[in-house]
Design a protein around this ligand. Structure first.
Ligand SMILES: Cc1ncc(COP(=O)(O)O)c(C=O)c1O
Length: 397
């Protein structure tokens, strides 16, 4: 299997982790040799309810037996998508009541950019340095990391960058700006939190000049920071909310949410302003509905803060310089990349799943399922401490 993986399946790096998966359940992924790997990554924040949550599985099974795909997005009335968008609206502020369902986070960002240009009649987009919004051409154009995008130029024009958490840069937002696009918490940069008042200042500046504010909650959304959406912590409501990842507990999905008035601009002049075959797919929408129902009717979100405290209390070690992030979206920061690499690779050998962050090589991600148990957190943290204790000092950068 592994040979075929390298031979036939396109690779993203020359050195994938290559775990050969048999099945997954709760907080564990099982390999083909029967070993259980404790998952502190949750498919990069996607498996919010852990692996194969029984309520999600049974919602998927029930829908599979009824119908899977009957028409392109938006033509037929399909109960799972309607019930889901209605329930999502009940959880969001009154300017975020209409949801466009798509297939991935990056596609949701593409839709959001198009919507902002359409609503404002302006073209300029302002994103943040070190931002990550996905890998298709529009989202890639908003990536604030030249090294990863220069090989793919030319990208879409009229995109400028500001520095996250830097108020004087907000002067760059003007009457020419269609939208400011920010991650509520910068993910790839190493879970960088917005400083007090920053997002509300961005909101204020957007209002002054008539620009829309797009917040990318693809990582922190769906309970990961202890509220359903992270913007709830920061007194700042976006005009367009972009979501994905944890939304369907592990199935591919994304969405952008806006007011009905704004969203209507995608249906005329031209008609079919944004279309998709599989967006709103009923099986995936059923998984979304089961996920949101479980998140809102259980203690899971309320418990996030308690679990964060447990991580922060246990993960004290001289090599850990800082723990960034919020809730179960945490990054351990080390002095150099060698410790970070050593920890991820050594943990993999010892059957604890950790992972890197895109643009911060000194960081290691901890973003477990929200369903992770206290004893699983303890077990994983003890292992991290033991691995760090055994770190062989060597001459590095
Ligand atoms: C903040 C953020 N935006 C957008 C994306 C892109 O989502 P997807 O990989 O589903 O296209 C990601 C994925 O990691 C992300 O973390």
């Amino acid at each position: 299997m592994k040979n075929d993986f390298f031979t036939y399946q396109a690779q993203t790096t020359p050195y994938p982790l290559g775990l050969e998966v048999s099945h997954a359940k709760g907080s564990y992924i099982y390999d083909v040799d029967g070993h259980a790997h404790l998952d502190f990554v949750a498919g990069v924040s996607a498996c919010s309810l852990g692996h194969c949550h029984p309520k999600v599985v049974s919602a998927i099974e029930a829908q599979l037996k009824k119908y899977m795909h009957v028409m392109v997005y938006g033509e037929y009335v399909q109960r799972p998508a309607v019930a889901y968008t209605k329930m999502l609206a009940s959880q969001l502020p009154k300017n975020l009541q209409t949801t466009y369902l798509v297939n991935s986070g990056t596609e949701a960002m593409e839709g959001a950019i198009k919507l902002a240009r359409r609503v404002t009649g302006r073209s300029q987009l302002i994103a943040a340095k070190k931002a990550y919004h996905g890998n298709t051409m529009g989202s890639l154009s908003l990536m604030g990391y030249e090294e990863r995008k220069s090989a793919f130029r030319p990208l879409i024009p009229d995109v400028s960058f500001i520095t996250f958490n830097t108020i004087p840069d907000l002067g760059q937002i003007t009457e020419k700006t269609a939208a400011v696009v920010l991650e509520t918490i910068q993910g790839g940069a190493g879970f960088v939190m917005p400083e007090d008042g920053y997002l509300s200042q961005v909101r204020k500046r957007c209002d002054q000049v008539g620009a829309l504010l797009i917040l990318d909650e693809i990582q922190p959304g769906f309970g990961r920071t202890g509220t359903l959406f992270a913007f709830e912590h920061f007194n700042c409501v976006p005009d367009i909310l972009v979501i994905g990842k944890g939304m369907a507990s592990g199935l591919p999905v994304g969405a952008f949410v806006a007011s009905k008035e704004h969203m209507q601009s995608l249906q005329e002049r031209p008609k079919l302003g944004h279309i998709t075959t599989f967006g709103g797919n009923p099986v995936i929408a059923a998984a979304c509905l089961a996920t949101l129902t479980e998140l809102t009717q259980s203690q899971l979100i309320a418990d996030v803060q308690i679990k964060e405290k447990q991580f922060r209390k246990l993960l004290v070690h001289p090599l850990i310089k800082e723990i960034r992030g919020k809730g179960l979206l945490l990054a351990l920061l080390f002095e150099n990349t060698d410790v970070a690499n050593y920890l991820v690779l050594e943990a993999a050998k010892q059957k604890l799943i950790l992972f890197w962050l895109l643009f911060e090589p000194k960081a290691v991600r901890i973003s477990p399922p929200l369903t992770i148990l206290e004893e699983e957190i303890s077990k994983g943290c003890q292992l991290i401490l033991a691995i760090l204790e055994a770190y062989p000092k060597r001459d590095v950068n």
